[in-house]
Write a protein that binds this ligand. Sequence first.
Ligand SMILES: *Cc1c(COP(=O)(O)O)cnc(C)c1O
Length: 367
Amino acid sequence: MTVPFLDLKAQYVSIRDEIHEALTRVMDNTAFAGGPAVAGFEKEFASFCGCEFAVGVGSGTEALWLSLLALEIGSGDEVITVPNSFIATAEAISFTGARPVFVDVDEQTYNMNPDLLEAVITKKTKAIIPVHLFGHTADMDAILAIAKKKGLYVVEDAAQAHGAQYKGQPAGSLGIAGCFSFYPGKNLGAYGEAGAVVTNDASLAEKIQMLRDHGQKKKHEHAWIGWNSRMDGFQGAILSVKLKYLSEWNEARRRCARRYNELLENSSIVTPTEADYARHVYHIYAICTRNRDNLKNSLAQKGVHCGIHYPIPIHLQPAYAFLGYKKGSFPVTEKCVQELLSLPMYPELSAEQIETVTTAILAEVHN
Ligand SMILES: *Cc1c(COP(=O)(O)O)cnc(C)c1O
């Protein structure tokens, strides 16, 4: 039996008719850029996140970027985030003109280590972007307390954390803004590119609504220099259909994770932590092992396809060489980069597939 890393088809097949009906409605309305399907989804997604507002945009990267722009972050400013993330978190900072500043992550949760924050805060710091990596929320109380003390914004990168919780609160609802990606492979995925910002701040929501539409509130009157970052009508319609199933799908991911944990329990493999404060939604189920690259190759030979998130940390990417970080700057992140292996994970993963994966892993580890 082969086990793919991700299987988007299995999910599509399960909701095929509903999706086709939703797409037909968009075509009948000919509302392709923004429009009622997007507005409907925004309302539902805001409510799902326990927030007053959601603003649909073109991607998760743009959700982050437009949030920072709306907070008037730009040239001369610094924004703190983690090097153990997808590069988009740092790119969004860079595209405002601000400078990304990194802090290392916690060894257990792989998320921002709040103990390291104060040492990198300067007069130029404007905001902190914790990333709820893999679907596990960052240690938000500690981060929010430091931000409050220093007068900084907290913008959550919740691109991997749709439906995750911190002490019972939805990911995305804890900072001034929560940024989501609906890239197809995410826990809530569009059939193309899309993203959203959620917030309880009415003026921030309004500003992001303007920025995504060329800075206009009234047609042809441009208060700000904005951008074209509207969500497609098709994506709004698809996301509305899929949002109804998200909690069920996240539960299925949690069941798969529990099964992996059980089957790998008595081995040298380190399985993911779920902190007391978190409800993990396992966008990624990453194990930690010294022999990662060999293991990945042997598994692939047996038809078990794994991923690496992320093979190169942001501070060592050529694009960010100018920041002046070196190998050794962030030891925990650099260990993650060497040792984390992402196992197949999606709601439709079967019990047999999970056993195929763990049997293959255990055979290698015991060799
Ligand atoms: C996917 C992702 C993004 C970017 O989202 P896009 O929709 O691909 O632009 C940002 N941050 C993290 C942590 C992500 O995983």
